[in-house]
Design a protein around this ligand. Structure first.
Ligand code: GLN
Length: 448
């Protein structure tokens, strides 16, 4: 299997450009070791020897981890992220392209290359885990890990026609995930189908003493409910998710998914989420504030890129950060520093935190009366490369349906639910209560 995937990478990478680093030698050695374990009846897990690939913001010991930034061009982590330890049996094919520091929705913010959507090479794969979604969609990896701070797993999954799962905040350790916005970041899965997503989540979930926000909890098989009927399940459709801005063909495909659930005995309930219209603004305030603090560590001294030709320490910081970070990252650091600054804190950051509470309350209310929420993932299907990159605000608006989930720390899956008029994949999002991943996957399986 590993050889077949390496051949696929060789054939398709010139068109797709999903990988920043390919590690064929490691992959083949790991596959050999797994074969031997299987021969002895000692397979470590169902994923033992399965060829997968990893978003390039997850630290891999002795394998370059760039975050798609010039800042970390030559950064080789001396340690593995906790998830890599949990996946030690896999054959790792390499590291995947992304928006720089996971900031973006199209993977066009990578310092290195543009990844193309395997469904239509002229279009973006979504982002920021665009390399992860494209690699799985193109058959260049059996599965991929991504990270989701405000939709970065779910939106590229929707654009590329694969299954993306963002777990409840705290289910998967963030140790070794290069931080963007720590109160929102969560590692999750990109797979061809729902069952694979459950297998992968089984492998990576669990408490980690190295991540103080990881939850102490026993998890049973996340795939245990797959195949069970959904009769009597209450699925809420908040009307604000289907309002202005949603492309009619996307709306139609998501409503068809609701019909399908109804056909299987689920009860479709119309409801309202008044806070939805404010969630996006709150997300960009909170995530930029946290990013401005998290990215302070990249100063040209401790790691990564250091500019040349400086006279003193301040110039070293200035030049290294000016030359090492791309435009979008700088924009967010500036926004974040502004909203946290004395005199503006109450007007922006504090207000955003108040909105965060409102969003949580709305979800609590809807999910106390219902089992799941069904919504679109993004307002449109994949757009053309270059179409939105010069218009950050329009780009940000595309995140309106995904960010509320991170604000509330909830689990959600994005899965293909049809195509638009141009034949491009459309994604449906299922959102559940905290720790209800198994239930979400049960409903998702019905739509597969
Ligand atoms: N597109 C969103 C942003 O640019 C989400 C990013 C993410 O989830 N990492 O912030």
């Amino acid at each position: 299997a590993t050889e077949a995937y390496l051949t696929a990478i060789e054939e398709r990478e010139k068109d797709i450009r999903a990988y920043l680093t390919i590690t064929p030698k490691t992959a083949l050695a790991q596959a050999d070791a797994a074969d031997k374990r299987r021969g002895r009846g000692e397979a470590l897990s169902p994923l033992d020897g399965i060829p997968g690939a990893i978003k390039d913001n997850i630290c891999t010991k002795n394998v370059r981890t760039t975050c798609a930034s010039r800042m970390l061009e030559n950064f080789v982590p001396p340690y593995d992220a906790t998830v890599m330890g949990k996946l030690s049996g896999i054959a790792m094919l390499g590291k995947l392209n992304m928006d720089e520091f996971a900031m973006g929705s199209s993977t066009e913010n990578s310092f290195y290359q543009i990844t193309h959507n395997p469904r239509d090479l002229s279009r973006v794969p979504g982002g920021s885990s665009g390399g992860s979604a494209a690699a799985v969609a193109a058959g260049e990896a059996a599965f991929a890990l991504g990270s989701d701070t405000g939709g970065s797993i779910r939106q590229p999954a929707a654009f590329c026609g694969v299954v993306g799962l963002k777990p409840t905040y705290g289910v998967v350790s963030r140790f070794g995930l290069i931080a963007f916005a720590s109160s929102l970041d969560q590692i999750g899965t990109l797979t061809r189908d729902v069952r694979d997503g459950a297998l992968l989540l089984n492998a990576i979930a669990g408490h980690d003493p190295k991540d103080a926000t990881s939850v102490k909890r026993e998890y049973s098989d996340f795939g245990a409910q797959i195949g069970r009927e959904i009769r009597g399940m209450r699925v809420a459709l908040p009307k604000e998710y289907f309002g202005e801005g949603l492309h009619p063909e996307v709306k139609e495909a998501v409503l068809a998914a609701a019909k399908k659930l109804e056909g299987q005995g689920a009860e479709i309930v119309e409801t309202s989420m008044p806070s939805l219209e404010h969630a996006l603004a709150a997300y960009y305030v909170i995530s930029c504030a946290e990013a401005s603090s998290n990215l302070a560590r990249f100063d040209g001294v401790k790691y990564g890129f250091r500019a040349e030709g400086y006279e003193n320490i301040n110039e070293l910081y200035d030049k290294s950060r000016s030359e090492g970070f791309g435009r979008e990252v700088k924009r967010r650091i500036l926004l974040g520093s502004f909203v946290l600054s004395a005199g503006y804190y109450d007007a922006y950051y504090k207000k955003a935190m108040q909105v965060r509470t409102l969003v949580k309350r709305d979800f609590d209310r809807i999910l106390s009366e219902n089992d799941l929420i069904l919504s679109p993932v993004a307002p449109t299907a994949a757009y053309k490369i270059g179409e939105k990159i010069d218009d950050p605000l329009t780009m940000y608006m595309g995140d309106a349906y995904t960010v509320p989930v991170n604000i509330a720390g909830l689990p959600a899956v994005s899965l293909p639910c049809g195509t638009d008029g141009a034949g491009l994949p459309v994604g449906a999002q299922l959102i559940g209560k905290p720790f209800s991943e198994a239930e979400i996957l049960r409903a998702a399986y019905v739509l597969e």
